[in-house]
Design a protein around this ligand. Sequence first.
Ligand SMILES: Cc1cc2nc3c(=O)[nH]c(=O)nc-3n(C[C@H](O)[C@H](O)[C@H](O)COP(=O)(O)OP(=O)(O)OC[C@H]3O[C@@H](n4cnc5c(N)ncnc54)[C@H](O)[C@@H]3O)c2cc1C
Length: 160
Amino acid sequence: MVHESVRYANERHQFGKSISSFGAIKAKLAEQAIKTWVGESMIYRTLGMIEAGVGAVDSKDMDARLRAIEEYAAECSIIKVALSEYCDYVVDEMVQIYGGYGYSADYPAERAYRDSRINRIFEGTNEINRMLIIQMLMKRAMGGQLPLIPAAMKLYLRPR
Ligand SMILES: Cc1cc2nc3c(=O)[nH]c(=O)nc-3n(C[C@H](O)[C@H](O)[C@H](O)COP(=O)(O)OP(=O)(O)OC[C@H]3O[C@@H](n4cnc5c(N)ncnc54)[C@H](O)[C@@H]3O)c2cc1C
């Protein structure tokens, strides 16, 4: 989507210039690139942690492998919510950069816009994933795996 947005913005001319030379379009392209990079980085980081966890247990012990993956269920929900919303943002700006052509099925922005929208609904709607994130974090905090309660107590007991 970023690639197509940049290509089209360079190609399309208005007022005697390519639209990519306009500050408003540059800002859109930059924000698309930021969200894509942040999203990819979140995935690489989490996959690295999952791989390390799975690699640390007996490769024949399927239960242990599944437990190692489940350890990062909250992170996976966070990624699902964040990236589906980033994707909608990026594709919405793609439609905007294409202008009227963004709305036309003859251009790639329209298909990307329709395809992106489902991501906030399937694989657990974002509303449900948001609830799961909190449930999983609270469970870990109550089980002492996440030092949330000591951190909260420290804040509460801090001299004012
Ligand atoms: C193209 C496509 C492909 C799909 N592929 C698969 C697949 O491969 N496998 C599969 O199992 N399913 C698949 N689904 C189904 C998909 O997972 C469901 O549509 C999705 O889980 C939402 O369920 P629902 O449609 O029944 O919506 P509902 O459960 O009726 O939800 C409607 C709205 O209410 C909200 N809501 C519901 N409960 C709560 C709550 N407790 N608190 C707050 N908000 C709530 C939802 O977030 C949503 O916004 C697919 C759907 C589509 C459209």
